[in-house]
Design a protein around this ligand. Sequence first.
Ligand SMILES: [Zn+2]
Length: 669
Amino acid sequence: MSRRSLPMPALIASVTPISLVLLATLAQPERTWAQAARDAEPAVKRANDAVRQQLPFGDRQDFEDATRGLIAAVPDLVVKGPGGRDVWNLRDYGFLQRDEPPPTVNPSLWRQARLNSLNGLFKITEGVYQVRGFDASNMTLVETRTGLIVIDPLFSVEAARAALDFYYQHRPKNPVVAVIYTHSHPDHYGGVKGVVSDADVASGRVRVIAPYGFMEAAVSESVIAGNAMGRRALYQFGSLLPPGERGHVDDGLGKAVSRGTRSLIAPTDVIVKNLDRRTIDGVEIVFQLVPGSEAPAEMHLFLPQTKVLDVAENATHTLHNLLPFRGAEVRDAKAWSRYLSDALEQFGDDAQVLIAQHQWPTWGNERVKDLLRKQRDLYKYLHDQTVRLLNQGHTPSEIAEQLRLPATLANQWYARDYYGTVSHDAKAIYQRYLGWYDANPAHLDPLPPVDGARKYVEYMGGAAAVIERAREDFRQGHYRWVAEVMNQVVFADPDNRDARELAARAYEQLGYLAESATWRNAYLVAALELREGAPKIPSAPFVAPYVLEALSLDMVFDAVAVRIDGPRAAGKRLVVNWNFTDVGQQFVLNLDNAALTYVKGKQAKNADAAVTLTRGAFDALLQRRSVAAASQAGEIRIEGDPAKVTELLGLMDEFDPAFEIVEPKRVKK
Ligand SMILES: [Zn+2]
């Protein structure tokens, strides 16, 4: 079970400024965690056994759908990347081939993890294919008269190239004539350079189609709060967990995210009008714009000739996230439901196959309509009932505890908690309308975690007394409480090994109980880090290069501003003019009152310094090229005081990509 090295923490790379190149060079420590992980407690075995009686495991329709149209599979697929490391490895998930779930995995999640392991090239209908199980997402391929449309080129270049090659092994090798991004999340565009080149797009041989707002959404989500999102994503996706019955089994929406090189090519054809149409080499496509649903920029596609409806990521085989707990702006459940209702009205009578860019299709008009209706009602029910309960005065945890889906939804596998959960989605809806505060002033200004924890433990008679009582609660199966109370002891004293181990055991049992893959991952990562500490990841350069080059200068200055160390900047006043010769833009940057602001299209008369440079030279400065070296090499020209430019850039803070989560933050430096 133990692995020589850890999988790369791919999601750090997916949502933070850390470059994959950097991550690839990290030495991965030996992990002994697989041995440390305990077996399921008797209470967990009983609870997991009970799940098998509660849900319709006899219903095998999903397995039929997930294998229908199979042309060829590669069940032990391994895709290699730079330096020979694994970008994708299904072989490590061979343990999922057993039908019978182990006691350490919720049987419902085990079933989902098995479905998400199925891979290969599948025929959806005449001329429409999918490559599934080469990444978290699907690559959908639509054959045109003489070419091929690629819908969503996966997360990484290597995975996308492998998927397209696999398709070509079994189908005509016609050239890609168009790439369509259904939405702005990286598992739907990051592999684009594995299927087409910049030159293909620049020459017009390939058009790249995306929904309105795509580019801004794609590059901005990971910039402002990227470091924190990346760290939190390690919990959501469990990227540091070894695959196994006591470790990682799934992500809920797919097996995992591939760990290769990411890329981005800007769209050349942006869909700005709802229900706009295109005909691409004989294939007609209708686009339904659904902004602010699962992603800020997203669209559904309907192919009238083949009657295929592609709902991107808005109706998959799981309850989705209204707020992924990696962190994001909260999504709109009401709009999400409305868009599915619109799709049903617009295409429901015609659609014969429903596909999404994750997981398997649904065939037959009646079943398509039924799934769309129930997914529509799923998000509407969560929205309306959460709002009803909050208007009755219930707080987020009270709502999460009592809210249950009606049986007509709860008995649908695709409405279950694999990725989002009823619990944290209800909290997201509360947050959307009322924010973080539950209106109880005891929660308005509580002591921060360490100070509060010390008081709690002191009042409860000291750490040893708390641990003793918690051990009894652990024996009785009260894992949620044990995790909560041990969290207090660990925050009061992170060096208390007994508290850390008992907390780890409680998290572990919670992980084994969880139907949600994301909850399981979070709990098991917590257990791992309590036993071994937070991972060691060096601080990253400013922003991953392929993201940086796609950012507008406004966005770059916003990203610089959130790195300015306020206390160090206090009392300083700096005015710097920036003149970008290649892109023809000018900015004045003002640092005053420890806040960095800018004015576009202007140069200040009384600036401390004026910098003339290209965008590329500026990006290099942000990636730690020194001002002096850049000046000497003639990459930048400075009038006034060059020291002021160095001073300004020197005020940028370093972010720790592996800050502590389940224990107090250690003071660094
Ligand atoms: Zn996705």
